[in-house]
Design a protein around this ligand. Structure first.
Ligand code: ATP
Length: 793
């Protein structure tokens, strides 16, 4: 039996395409072009007013087989350009005449002039701005504001509301600073060199041949937008900014701090891994005295050189969940094959090379970790979602070797050989803080790159103290911070700017420029998928709805097209479990039965979690029921859709959940969101995100758009306080004690069942009491008997 026939009978798209269901999964398979945007942009002053409707190149729409698009066929300039008009041809000719050659190291390279950069960046909706670190203006401004804020903090006004005053003022000053910076940043977009093709990594930016080969080996042929915009700046900022105007007051000699905001599935992971691996290789070669870069050495030489060198923990990648951390390790290892760079997952037993702080001797040192160390209760709370990542084979091997050494010679375990450490916040902070109050705290002075993946959640109150603790433990003054996410609220950006400034002041070093890249519109969901909002009057209606998705009745074209594999998100662990109990027998035995439906949440042991992940990746599991633990970062290439069984608790959560489908520019993914009347007060922010995504995809006003204007107008506005509450607690009635259990039974049936259970319980209690009374009576009679017996004796 065709397994997909069982689950996708009557599905609209399959019929429309005239293809048998299951032949081609919409969200799976190779994509000829992983880019999201390619707008026609013309030169001249009117260029910004031109239509921004999404349009792909003809040759990327599937007419040409992926293998036919040779990298060399893609010219540096024409690859992204729309069909030029006569004016544009003239402008291009003028631009070509101004294109100059530069010489980074030994090889002559071609750089685009600013106008060309501007066109390409605009065509791909890339916007780069300097958020802070301009030498003349922002830094001085920032310092002044910070000084004023700290003065006011120390000397509160003696008024009635003395306690609230400094906090309020500080908040005001901070938001004023953020607004000023935001405004000035908006005024100053910068046009850096884009990475037009991966070949330029080697030829222009001097990335090692081995890394370049590893990228090709993975089948990545064209860089995604976030890679285009971020890699040149991270690898060689001086070169990336060479042709840009309005950057004279930016000093990039010591590198930059970077903030990358790009859609889900747009390839942010390799955007931070390539520079991290490259800088380690570069430093090793520098140490060996082989010159600045390795332009003249080939891949094999790179390999030999790097493998002989020692491993120094140089980069730390922090991710919010163990699943994401494991995935980053896998990606990193693929990119680092043959380079000698070791990418390792943090685990409890791992010993890292760290500098121990002398306690109570240096006040400053205590201060370094104070924010991270008083975090006991929050850590416990976070464990449910974050926890510790699992150990890798290599680490196990290290651990075993260390253990052997310890048992044979009595020596302590040697520190692990690590270049790039990938971790969740809590486990690394536990290592740094040590066990017990008197434990010696540690810092990581060799770390030069701190990467926060899903930075907005890592700097959200739930993880903030832990993340700040790690950041502060990276004491190298040359540390570069890079932050990545598909969503980045302005308060998080302001926090990053403020913390960078405070840190530089504390360390007495000039700040690096903080550059932000935004791809597309900020904080919007994946533009290349279909969104569906479905109202059901009751909770039971949702269960009926999801069954409709699993078993669309033959000839029923009304339901949303959704084919397995898909992920179902619920609000709580309890609800995930009970939904699993309800659905696990819904798949016919001939199609695999209950093995096709699985549940994954943070209460399950690590080994079970990783097995389920593996089964879902391999296609054995078709329906994965989970919580927000899998909402961020996790990459399953073939996922055709996601179902928000319970509404996401924020607009950002919606963006990340729905971003589990439509990865790397694949089209055809579907995000279905059920909502009941309990959710109505909260649906507006989600409907807004959907409307913005559809606008980006040019779908507004079309019949197929999930959110019609009347719906947006009709939905009530959400008060800020309610938004905050929802984010933390979710829909109250679905928490434990409320309607946490998912079931098909009606309220009347549930009430009857509850009454029956209560009656049984009271009957049992009554029987227990009667028995107890009888026993007591028996005891008394026995006592009387005993008394008589005693007297008899
Ligand atoms: N240039 C490329 N060409 C084709 N595929 C790519 C390219 N870069 C990355 N990918 C693939 O795209 C998928 C998504 O990448 P990645 O997980 O890095 O996305 P992301 O932006 O981090 O998403 P999220 O915001 O959900 O974390 C991965 O399977 C990755 O291998």
């Amino acid at each position: 039996m065709d397994i997909f026939k069982v689950l996708s009978r009557g599905i609209k798209t399959a019929k429309q395409n005239g293809k048998a269901p299951g032949v081609q999964l919409p969200s799976a398979g190779a994509r000829p072009n992983p880019q999201f945007f390619h707008d026609p942009v013309s030169t001249g002053s009117n260029s910004t007013k031109k239509s921004k409707k999404r349009k792909r190149r003809k040759d990327t729409e599937g007419e040409e087989e992926p293998g036919h698009l040779d990298e060399e066929e893609v010219s540096d300039i024409d690859f992204f350009a729309p069909k030029p008009t006569v004016d544009e041809k003239k402008a291009a000719a003028a631009a070509a005449s101004t294109t100059t050659t530069e010489e980074p190291g030994k090889r002559k390279v071609k750089l685009l002039d600013e106008e060309e950069c501007k066109q390409i960046l605009r065509s791909h909706r890339l916007k780069l701005t300097v958020l802070s670190g301009r030498q003349a203006t922002t830094t001085a401004e920032e310092e002044k504001v910070l000084e004023e804020a700290s003065k006011k903090e120390k000397k509160p006004k003696k008024s009635k509301d003395t306690e609230e005053e400094p906090a309020k003022k500080k908040k005001k000053t901070e938001s004023a600073t953020a607004t000023t910076k935001e405004d000035s940043a908006k005024k100053h977009p910068i046009y850096t060199q884009p990475l037009n093709k991966f070949g330029q990594l080697r030829h222009i930016y001097g990335v090692s041949q081995q890394v370049a080969d590893n990228i090709t080996r993975q089948g990545f042929r064209a860089p995604t937008e976030v890679q285009m915009g971020s890699l040149p700046l991270q690898l060689r900022p001086e070169l990336a900014l060479k042709k840009a105007s309005d950057v004279d007051d930016i000093d990039v000699q010591r590198g930059i701090d970077f903030l990358g905001v790009a859609p889900t599935g747009s390839g942010k992971t390799i955007s931070f891994l390539i520079p991290a691996i490259d800088s380690i290789i570069r430093r090793r070669i520098e140490k060996q005295g082989a010159g600045v870069a390795n332009e003249t050495t080939d891949g094999e030489e790179d390999q030999q050189e790097t493998q002989q060198l020692e491993h120094v923990l140089s980069a730390v990648v922090v991710a919010p969940t163990r699943e994401l951390a494991s995935q980053i390790v896998n990606e990193g290892r693929k990119l680092a094959i043959g380079t000698g760079v070791r990418v390792v997952l943090m685990k409890r037993t791992l010993r890292l090379v760290a500098e121990e702080l002398e306690q109570h001797s240096k006040k400053e040192d205590e201060h370094v970790l104070e924010e991270g160390s008083d975090n006991e209760s929050e850590e416990e709370e976070n464990e449910a979602e974050a926890g510790e990542p699992e150990s890798s084979d290599e680490e196990e091997e290290d651990a075993k070797q260390g253990e052997k050494k310890k048992t044979s010679s009595g020596e302590p375990k040697p520190p692990a050989r690590v270049d790039i450490l990938v971790t969740t916040p809590k486990i690394l902070l536990n290592f740094l803080n040590g066990a017990g109050k008197s434990a010696t705290k540690k810092v990581l002075p060799e770390v030069r790159s701190l990467i926060l993946d899903e930075a907005d959640v890592l700097l959200d109150p739930i993880f903030r103290k832990q993340t700040m603790g790690i950041w502060k433990a990276c004491t190298n003054p040359e540390l570069s911070l890079t932050c990545w996410s598909a969503t980045m609220a302005s308060n998080i950006e302001a926090l990053i700017t403020k913390e960078i400034s405070k840190r530089c002041k504390r360390m007495d070093c000039p700040p690096k420029p903080l550059i932000r890249l935004v791809v597309g519109l900020k904080d919007t969901a994946v533009p290349n998928i279909t969104h569906k909002l479905i109202y059901t009057a009751t909770e039971q209606g949702k269960l009926h709805g999801i069954r409709q998705l699993l078993h669309p009745s033959s000839g029923d074209d009304s339901g949303p097209p959704l084919r397995p594999p898909f992920i179902v998100f619920t609000q709580t662990i309890e609800r995930a479990q009970s939904l699993h109990d309800e659905l696990k027998y819904d798949i016919p035995v001939e199609a695999g039965g209950s093995a096709r439906v699985a549940v994954l949440h943070s209460s399950l042991p690590d080994s079970v979690r990783s097995k389920i992940m593996a089964r879902f990746r391999s296609g054995e599991v078709w329906v994965l029921i989970t919580t927000d633990v899998l909402a961020r970062g996790v990459d399953f290439a073939g996922v055709n859709g996601i179902v928000n069984y319970d509404v996401p608790t924020s607009a950002a959560a919606y963006v990340h959940r729905s971003g589990r489908t439509g990865r790397a520019g694949r089209e055809g993914g579907v995000a279905v969101t059920f909502y009941t009347k309990d959710d109505i007060p909260f649906v507006k922010s989600i409907a807004n995100v959907i409307a913005m995504s559809e606008k980006q995809a040019g779908k507004t006003g079309q019949e197929g758009a999930a959110v019609q204007k009347w719906l947006l107008d009709a939905l009530p506005k959400v008060a800020k306080a309610d938004k905050r509450k929802l984010k933390v607690r979710g829909v109250e009635s679905r928490r434990a004690g409320g309607r946490a259990t998912i079931t098909t039974k009606s309220n009347w049936e549930l009430k009857r069942e509850r009454n029956k259970l209560q009656a049984i319980e009271s009957s049992r209690k009554r029987k227990r009491m009667e028995k107890q009374e009888t026993n007591e009576k028996g005891e008394k009679e026995k006592e009387v008997d005993d008394e008589w017996a005693g007297l008899d004796e």
